[in-house]
Design a protein around this ligand. Structure first.
Ligand SMILES: *[C@@H]1O[C@H](CO)[C@@H](O)[C@H](O)[C@H]1NC(C)=O
Ligand SMILES: *[C@@H]1O[C@H](CO)[C@@H](O)[C@H](O)[C@H]1NC(C)=O
Ligand SMILES: *[C@@H]1O[C@H](CO)[C@@H](O)[C@H](O)[C@H]1NC(C)=O
Ligand SMILES: *[C@@H]1O[C@H](CO)[C@@H](O)[C@H](O)[C@H]1NC(C)=O
Ligand SMILES: *[C@@H]1O[C@H](CO)[C@@H](O)[C@H](O)[C@H]1NC(C)=O
Length: 319
């Protein structure tokens, strides 16, 4: 009677231990690897093994299933060309004691996009400085979008990025837009977008990235001088330089000049002292700059000396 009771306690303790150990993987099966990431049309092989005696072990899958076998402890689910987006294989075992149990294999089937295309929405030609424009990135035929990130770049600078939450396994088309307000510094900039599939540690490294062609942006902007006046001391080598950045390229006019000049640069020594206003003009606007030309200052000194000299002579004569 006492022995019977001890045995009962012992059994109870063992069963508690087993269920504790089994809390993590109740089913005595190991998958290797435990998760797979496969390119659509790619190959895959996953081992399912057990260390316990059993009445049969097998893989159930819509492709590459392995019929139940009693004679093996390791069986491999293998597909040489996986063409199913939503495949859910599982390995099962018929235990000697207890019921059948199974372990599912998470499979991610991916496909890089057929194309990544950048365009400007409802606009062609140069952009105007300070106005808003919309860029669009079209990513065609990519899966699964849950792992997709669409990134926007200007040159090498990351501007913005978008991720998706749809839990759709089959390929999707995704369109992402970006609002930009270019300024003069953006003239000639290259915008582009990239579709990145980050499939985790089991996925391909580095990430699968597909980029659009660059979109070259031309920005129109009006002339703007960095300073509106400049004082020039007359000298053979000193020029009045009115050159200013603008797109389209500006034309130049000079006021207070006997002959008209369309050159942005004047030789100071050819001018008499005074103020010279230059205006740079393009289709968007105009901006003027005043050059204050001063004489070198040697003549006033000379005349001053001469006058003092003459006054001295006169004074001497008077005396
Ligand atoms: C699966 O098992 C076989 C045989 O033991 C071994 O050669 C192979 O490397 C294993 N594959 C993986 C992915 O562990
Ligand atoms: C994606 O776009 C292509 C071409 O425009 C089209 O043939 C295809 O049906 C689209 N796919 C989806 C899932 O909408
Ligand atoms: C997308 O990128 C992958 C590698 O990341 C490359 O194999 C594939 O050809 C690219 N697709 C396109 C349309 O460029
Ligand atoms: C400016 O003009 C003077 C006289 O007309 C001339 O000697 C000088 O070489 C010119 N300088 C430049 C930089 O063209
Ligand atoms: C030239 O411009 C300066 C500064 O704008 C002004 O003080 C000066 O009176 C002007 N001279 C002439 C002759 O217009």
């Amino acid at each position: 009677m006492f022995q019977h009771f001890t045995g009962f306690v012992y059994l109870f303790a063992v069963s508690q231990l087993v269920s504790l150990a089994g809390a993590q993987s109740e089913c005595p099966l190991q998958l290797d690897p435990q998760r797979v990431v496969v390119r659509y049309g790619g190959s895959v092989a996953v081992n399912c093994s057990t260390s316990v005696l059993h009445k049969g072990i097998g893989w159930e899958a819509s492709e590459g299933g392995v019929p139940m076998t009693q004679s093996q402890n390791l069986i491999t689910w293998r597909v040489s060309k996986l063409t199913e987006w939503d495949i859910q294989p599982y390995c099962y075992i018929n235990r000697i004691q207890g019921a059948q149990c199974q372990v599912e294999l998470p499979v991610t089937v991916y496909k890089t996009p057929d194309s990544v295309f950048i365009s400007t929405v409802n606009h062609r030609g140069p952009m105007m400085e300070g106005q808003q424009y919309e860029l669009q990135c079209d990513v065609h035929n990519v899966a699964p979008v849950q792992y997709l990130t669409v990134k926007w770049y200007k040159g090498q600078t990351l501007l913005h990025q978008t991720t998706f939450t749809d839990n759709i396994k089959t390929p999707e088309n995704k369109t992402v837009t970006l609002l930009i307000r270019p300024d003069r510094a953006d003239d000639g900039a290259q915008y582009w977008c990239a579709a990145e599939l980050d499939l985790g540690a089991e996925g391909p490294q580095p990430y699968r990235t597909n980029s659009s062609n660059p979109l070259n942006v031309e920005v129109y902007y009006k002339p703007k001088h960095s300073s509106s006046t400049e004082t020039i001391i007359q000298d053979d080598k000193v020029m009045l330089d009115c050159t200013v950045m603008a797109n389209p390229a500006p034309t130049y006019t000079w006021d207070h000049l006997k002959e008209k000049s369309s050159s942005p640069v004047l030789n100071s020594s050819a001018l008499s002292p005074g103020n010279y206003t230059c205006t740079a003009t393009n289709t968007l606007g105009r901006d003027s700059k005043v050059f204050i030309v001063k004489s070198i200052g040697i003549r006033p000194t000379f005349w001053t000396v001469l006058t003092v000299f003459q006054l001295s002579i006169a004074l001497i004569i008077v005396i």
